[in-house]
Each structure stands twice: as C-alpha cells, then as structure tokens.
Design a protein around this ligand. Structure first.
Ligand code: SF4
Length: 425
C-alpha cells in the first residue's frame, strides 16, 4: 500500500520524470528547489522554489496520497499552510482550494514515478522479517551505518533532553530535585521504577537534606514512605527502630507511606538487585551529597564520578538483602555495571537536558564522550544488531542502536534511515 513517507522520498530526491510537468490545471511546472524536509508541525517541505506558468514562487510544498486529504486535514483553515505553493499528490480525487478560494496548484505523480522504484519499495516493505533490510544489510557501506548510528544517538539524546525538561517543569525548575527523582527512577531498574518515582515525589528532598548527618533517619524516611515499615518482620530490631523513628519524622514532616509492600517486586531478581538493597543504596547516596546534580554534571574525570557512586550503606545492609533475613555472605556493594547503568540513564540525560536548557552544546559533547568510555549494554535488541554484524563497541553505539531499532526499524521508517536510502536509491 502506498505510504506518504514514500511520496516524501519521491519528492525529496525527485524520483520521478520531471520533464514537462503540468499541474492539474495544465500549467507548466518546473521544480527549482525541492525545499527542506520539515519534521515538525506545518507543511512537509519548506522554502521550496517552484516555477508555475512562468512565475517563480517561494514557499511550502504539501504532500498527500489523495488531494482530498487537504480538506480532510482541514488545511484550508490553517494559517500554517497559508504559504503552500504546490500540492503534490499520488491521486487527484478532488479539486482543492486555498483559504482565499483560488485553486491550489496540484501535481499528480502517480504516472511519473519509475515503476522499478515502486516495485522495489513495495517488495522491501513487504518483507516478513523484523528488520526489513536483514538480507541486504551487509552490502551497505560501513560509513552509512556509522552515520545512522550517530543520527540515532543524537535523536535519543534529544528525546532524553525533552524528557528531562518535562521533569524540570514538574519540579518547580529545581535541578537538584530533577536529579533526585531521576536517580530514584534509575535505582528502581525498570521493574521497580514506578514505586521508586512515587516515593521520591512524596519524600521532599529538603527533608533528606535536613537529616544529612544521620543515615539512620534518612533510611527511616525512605523505608517509611516506601511502605516497608508497616509490617515488622519477626525479631527484626533494626526495622522496629526505623519504624519508631519514622513515626517521629512522619509527624514532623507530614510524611506517609505511598507504596504498598506488595508493589515492590522481588521475583526473578538477583538479591543484589532487590528493591530493599537499592533503597538502602539510594538513601546512602542522597543522604551523603547535598549537591548531587552539580557533582554529576560538572565532574572533571571518571574517578570523581566513580567515587561519587562508591556507596556505603548502613551496616545492617551489609548482611541483609531484605528485612528479617540476615545472610552469611556479605551483600555486594554497588558494582561497576550498576554504576554504568546510572551513568547512561541518569547522568547522560541530565547533561543533555541541562545542556539544551543552558544552550551549552559542550555538555552534550561531554555526555557523548562519556558514553564512548562505557561498556555497551546487553539485551535482545542489541543481539539482533550483533547478528547483523553492526559493530557495537561502547555505550554510545548501543544507545544509538537501541534508538535506531525503536524509531526507525520498528516503525518501518526505512526512508528516513541511511541504510534504507542506500538500498532504495
Ligand atoms: S530502518 Fe533501516 S536498518 Fe531498519 S529495517 Fe529499515 S532500512 Fe533496515
């Protein structure tokens, strides 16, 4: 089935017989400049130069499968389409008019597009594989793939920056609070991210800062608001003491449990990743540092950031993975892979978001340089890329490859992908 994305490709690269073009009103058309592709709201191509019947026009080009889509999308009432100079369509099923009642110059390309291109596009899009170009991926030059990895990485950072700005707006524009909430989400490691976020949203950072000299009190607030002090495990004196302390602190700051115990997931998890262990580590990290945000953004070397996450929990969590059960073996401290996860999912997005906010591109460069120093992640999506022999040497590559899959392959945006453009050239 014909897709608008294909028509954009046809227009952008002029993949049609452009000799002696005529509009639906039989006016001669000459394309002087196709314009630049607009991925945002408004017409599809901006600043095009088109000669129509001896007059050169500069303006936008709008592309549709059917001419009637113009009215279907109510463009005739939209100012953003007021300077469209040419309507390019696959099929002309209705004459459409501008806001002022004049006929919109329309070019129909259905009979002008090379049938070979049409067929190869249809064949390509009909492939049954998850990655449509799977059988041809190896024949694409390496430089194209590298270019696409870079493009996808930048898109990912842009999306992360956007997400950070959303949190920033919710946090009264307080960057320390943004870092605090983002770290909470990250310490939840996907399965427990949601309860972690709810906890951070209901335990103000200022309460933590007021008790920075007592990890015990911080733990009382963290585990109390996390709903893990409601039921005391048999003979667990430490948990009982935390409960007592929380009773006092909750009255002082109007805190209350916001997560039910059963909402914390322990199943199919290594004990070192149990939410109780992660909560204890998070409590130690946020309690020890009053300016985590600045420390994470403006560190000068890897050792500084590594020492920031060299987390010492309270002694109780040295031999407990959860309340009520001690363990003979020492509980593993915050390891290298956990640190790298935090760098990728908290520190890098913060740099991208703050860099965008402050208009400091150096911070985005710093984020990319940091990713290049980190090991690539491992998951089934990256296994697919490995099978296609896409070299994934570091976290910058793995982040780019994940975004590539999500925003291009899975949504079949092959005509916006360097590999797809090469194969369908
Ligand atoms: S988006 Fe690119 S890599 Fe993905 S299937 Fe399409 S052409 Fe292949």
């Amino acid at each position: 089935m014909m897709q608008e994305a294909f028509l954009h490709h046809v227009w952008q690269f002029q993949k049609f017989n452009s000799l002696s073009l005529l509009s639906t009103q039989a006016e001669p058309i000459q394309v002087l400049k196709v314009g630049y592709h607009n991925a945002h709201a408004g017409a599809d191509f901006l600043e095009a130069h088109i000669q129509i019947d001896d007059v050169e026009w500069i303006g936008s080009v709008e592309i549709h499968l059917k001419s009637s889509d113009w009215e279907q999308h109510t463009h005739q009432h939209d100012q953003a389409y007021g300077n469209v100079i040419l309507h390019v369509v696959w099929e002309n099923d209705r004459e459409v008019h501008r806001h002022d009642g004049t006929i919109m110059p329309t070019l129909v390309v259905k009979d002008l597009v090379d049938t070979h291109l049409l067929q190869s596009y249809a064949d390509f899009m009909a492939k049954p594989t998850q990655i449509l170009c799977q059988g041809q991926f190896e024949e694409v030059p390496y430089i194209r793939k590298l270019g696409m990895l870079d493009k996808a990485l930048l898109l990912r950072l842009e999306k992360k920056a956007h997400y950070i700005m959303e949190i920033f707006a919710k946090c009264n524009q307080d960057w320390e609070e943004v870092a605090y909430r983002l770290l909470a989400k990250n310490f939840g490691f996907v399965v427990n991210a949601e309860p972690f976020v709810r906890l951070a949203e209901n335990l103000p950072l200022k309460c933590i800062h007021k008790h920075r000299d007592s990890l015990f009190q911080i733990e009382a607030m963290v585990f109390g608001v996390a709903g893990l002090l409601e039921v005391i495990e048999e003979n667990d004196e430490y948990q009982q003491k935390l409960k007592q302390e929380f009773k006092f602190l909750s009255a002082k700051y109007q805190l209350k449990p916001v997560v039910e115990k059963h909402e914390w997931k322990f199943l199919r998890m290594r004990p070192a990743n149990f939410p109780t262990v992660r909560l204890a580590q998070w409590a130690a990290l946020i309690g020890r540092n009053a300016n985590l945000f600045s420390l994470m953004i403006y560190f000068n070397d890897t050792q500084t950031i590594e020492s920031l996450f060299n987390i010492s929990t309270s002694s109780y969590w040295g031999n407990h993975y959860r309340f009520g059960k001690s363990t003979e073996t020492k509980v593993k401290s915050f390891g290298k892979s956990s640190l790298e996860n935090i760098l990728i999912n908290t520190v890098v997005p913060l740099m991208a978001g703050y860099g965008r906010y402050k208009n400091e591109p150096m911070l985005v460069d710093k984020a990319i340089a940091m990713l290049e120093e980190i090991h690539p992640e491992k998951n089934h999506i990256l296994d697919i890329w490995q099978e296609l022999r896409l070299p994934i040497k570091n976290a910058a590559d793995s982040q780019g490859a994940l975004e590539w899959m999500k925003s291009f392959c899975q949504t079949k945006r092959c005509l916006s992908c360097e590999v797809g453009l090469f194969l369908l050239r």
